[in-house]
Design a protein around this ligand. Structure first.
Ligand code: KG4
Ligand code: ZN
Length: 343
């Protein structure tokens, strides 16, 4: 089965063609970063309008490049969670194309897309496993027994990990999205100059909280600020280092705890923050010690992309699931509400 995947939940227009026999045939991503940069965050209305402009030309180009015109058997589009206007663009376009071509369509849960992205790699993990979903909007630990068999084990009570990276970056006048900028700055940081708190690790359970760490970061920045309102360059790097270590450590502690609680030895990390090199290194080292393994997707499939949506949608379409003609988007949508895929 050959599936066209469409991702428009936030500020990235992603398209991909996935074939259940041949794998990923091609994909494209158009990022709106430039468009939103002067606002320091995503402006929902601008995002929707840009998806309208970019989506169809991208689809057309990809179908040509992958020789898929007339060969698509199903369409998958992100139908939630995300920005409602942005979701509506991809969902309406996807549903309409499917109707025009007489093929089935499926609305995909954005976080299920992230969760299954490591399956696009050469040595994919086998079920069951624990998934750490770390994106700009979510920080969740999920027990995964199969596709659509998700049990929430813990989540952030306030900011998501990616959001914390973005806010810490903003405090030091770095561009949005801040994660990659903090990570780059941290490479020059001095270990041990600052030690930031590891929130909620002393308490039992698998929930997270990043708002205290955010305040601690802001206080440190303010305390060392020069006349221009920012600390000197090296101090910013040292703060970025300490911040990243605190987030990575906190996530790693909870991942080990979740594996133990689930009685499992496989962890997958997914979502934008799973592109973080330090997080990957730390988990690889920690999990080796407890005879466990961590899996993640290549960098471009950690952040938002169409390939993960095409893959997830393909699995559901193969299982006979499909949407009716009505276009339904769900800005809020718990993962646990998804139906299981029984093969
Ligand atoms: O999954 P994603 O692309 O979009 C959402 O679904 O939210 O995640 C974006 C988030 C942003 O907060 C961004 O700062 C963060 O992922 N991110 C990173 C890195 N790359 C992206 N955070 C830390 N280190 C990175 N290398
Ligand atoms: Zn995402």
């Amino acid at each position: 089965m050959r599936v066209l995947g469409i991702e428009t939940s936030c500020d990235e227009t992603g398209v991909a063609v996935y074939d259940s026999e041949r794998g990923l045939l091609g994909h494209h991503l158009y990022s709106q970063i430039q468009l939103h940069s002067e606002y320091g965050g995503v402006v929902p209305e601008l995002a929707s309008r840009d998806h309208v402009r970019k989506l169809l030309p991208l689809v057309d180009q990809l179908l040509d490049e992958t020789d898929s015109k007339g060969k698509i058997d199903g369409i998958a589009y992100t139908s939630g969670p995300g920005l409602i206007g942005a979701l509506l663009v991809g969902s309406c376009v996807g549903r309409a194309i499917a109707f025009g071509w007489g093929v089935p369509a499926i609305g995909v849960h954005h976080m299920e897309g992230h969760l299954l992205a490591p399956m696009l790699e050469d040595n994919p993990p086998a079920f069951p496993f624990v998934a750490l979903l770390v994106s700009g909007g979510h920080t969740q630990l999920v027990r995964v027994d199969g596709i659509g068999q998700y049990q929430l084990m813990g989540e952030s009570l306030d900011d998501a990990a990616g959001e914390a990276f973005d806010k810490a970056a903003k405090m030091m006048d770095l561009d949005y999205p801040g994660g990659p900028h903090i990570a780059k700055l941290a490479e020059r940081g001095t270990a041990g100059r600052f030690t930031f708190p590891r929130p909620m690790v002393d308490r039992p359970g698998l929930d997270f909280s990043f708002s205290g760490l955010k305040t601690y970061t802001l206080n440190t920045v303010t305390e060392h600020a020069l006349e221009n309102g920012l600390p000197d360059d090296q101090t910013c790097a040292d703060i970025a280092y300490a911040f990243q270590e605190a987030v990575v450590d906190t996530l790693a502690i909870k991942c080990r705890r979740a594996l133990k609680e689930a009685g499992m030895t496989t962890l997958i990390i997914a979502g934008g923050v799973s592109a973080n090199k330090r997080l990957r290194e730390k988990l690889e080292k920690d999990l080796q010690k407890i005879n466990s393994r961590v899996f993640y997707a290549r960098n471009e499939f950690c952040t938002d992309n169409g390939a993960m949506i095409a893959y997830a949608g393909c699995q559901r379409l193969l299982a006979g699931q499909a949407e009716g003609l009505a276009v339904k988007v769900k800005p809020r949508w718990p993962l646990a509400d998804l139906p299981a895929v029984v093969k």
